[in-house]
Design a protein around this ligand. Structure first.
Ligand SMILES: Cc1ncc(C[n+]2csc(CCOP(=O)(O)OP(=O)(O)O)c2C)c(N)n1
Ligand SMILES: [Mg+2]
Length: 334
């Protein structure tokens, strides 16, 4: 299979070198935090891990045009790179996977991947696949009713588009021209179910039936995703309504730490996708530009690894929840 390097060029998008380095930093940070989570899992310290590996370009490319704390994000469980970009720290992620009391998402009571932050406008998902879509659409309606120019980014995997919630949300957003962007991260599998057994036709083309644009984009190219998302956000801010973006990507790891993917996919397939790794691909582009050479790459990786090691260590030392915390914030107090 031919590997194409960044066909979208940053100059055409008005991005400066610093933007490129920032995108690279968050992609690599997400990868290193994710890898550390698997180590914590194998050490018996994190009972469950669900990964973003392979999807970092789709996530950073999309979130880069979101205004933290103003626009809203309805993420799904793989969106670690988005969460880090918006302002949660690696320590927050480690607190979450180890179920610690200080976990900012739920005080250690939810499964990992249920990201939330009031100050960052990240709204937690419920566990059933796809429930975030109508909720996100409701938030977009609120922006419209208030006459504010906020936008909502809502994410899910390709299998979430088989659920009724996705179609209801798409339809409602289309009727009311709501400022919501649907980002489907099509990673080719829903646990063991391959895309061809899960998705009829094209996801991107379905948007046409709901009266708004649907775009298919190379989800391994951070700049291609950035371009598509930025156009979608601008359209939403102009009051012209929703956009659907289908980012074609791949899940490099097993579905979760509870899944044995040797049962349903060939190692060669994973290796072929690893050769298209979105981070390595972007690094080749940056090297070609002269923005990041081998030495610079090593320096940033060493800095990230040190940050990850320190945050992991300090999260490990953090206390577990108290037994009484189980009665904590479930219902609003009087
Ligand atoms: C309604 C519902 N059915 C089944 C599940 C179990 N489940 C969790 S994730 C998942 C796969 C979803 O696949 P996809 O939407 O493609 O996202 P991916 O995990 O591939 O990123 C399934 C079936 C669930 N959480 N909710
Ligand atoms: Mg999938």
């Amino acid at each position: 299979m031919e590997i194409k390097d960044a066909q979208v060029r940053h100059e055409d998008l008005g991005l400066a070198d610093d933007d490129l380095l920032r995108m690279h930093y968050y992609m690599l940070l997400a990868r290193r935090v994710d890898e550390r989570c698997w180590i914590l899992n194998r050490q018996g310290k994190a009972p469950f891990v669900i990964s973003c590996q392979g999807q970092e370009a789709a996530q950073v490319g999309a979130i880069y045009g979101v205004r933290p704390g103003y626009d809203y994000l309805y993420p799904y469980y793989r969106d670690l790179a988005m969460i880090l970009f918006l302002g949660q720290s690696p320590r927050h992620q480690f607190l979450s996977v180890m179920g610690k009391r200080e976990d900012p998402n739920s005080g250690g009571r939810q499964m990992p991947g249920h990201f939330s932050s009031r100050s960052l406008n990240i709204v937690t998902a419920s566990a059933p696949v796809g429930v975030q879509y109508p909720q996100a659409t409701g938030t977009a309606l609120a922006f419209k009713v208030r006459g504010e120019d906020g936008i909502v980014l809502v994410c899910g995997g390709e299998a979430s588009t088989s659920g009724g919630d996705w179609h209801e949300a798409m339809n409602f957003a289309g009727i009311h021209d709501l400022p919501v962007v649907f980002l489907v991260q099509n990673n080719a599998y829903a646990i063991s179910v391959p895309e061809k057994a899960q998705v009829a036709g094209s996801i991107a083309k379905r948007a046409q039936g709901y009266g708004f644009p649907g775009i298919e984009v190379d989800g391994m190219d951070v700049l291609a995703v950035y371009e598509a998302a930025r156009e979608a956000f601008e359209r939403a801010r102009r009051g012209e309504g929703p956009t659907l973006i289908e980012a074609k990507t791949y899940r490099i790891t097993a579905h979760s730490s509870d899944d044995d993917d040797r049962r349903y996919r060939e190692r060669e397939e994973i290796e072929a996708w690893r050769r298209k790794d979105p981070i390595a691909r972007f690094e080749r582009y940056l090297e070609e530009l002269g923005v990041l050479d081998a030495e610079g790459k090593e320096e940033v990786d060493a800095r990230i690894k040190a940050e990850v090691a320190e945050d992991s260590r300090s999260a490990e030392e953090a206390p577990p929840p108290e037994p009484g915390d189980v009665f904590g914030p479930v219902y609003a107090g009087r």
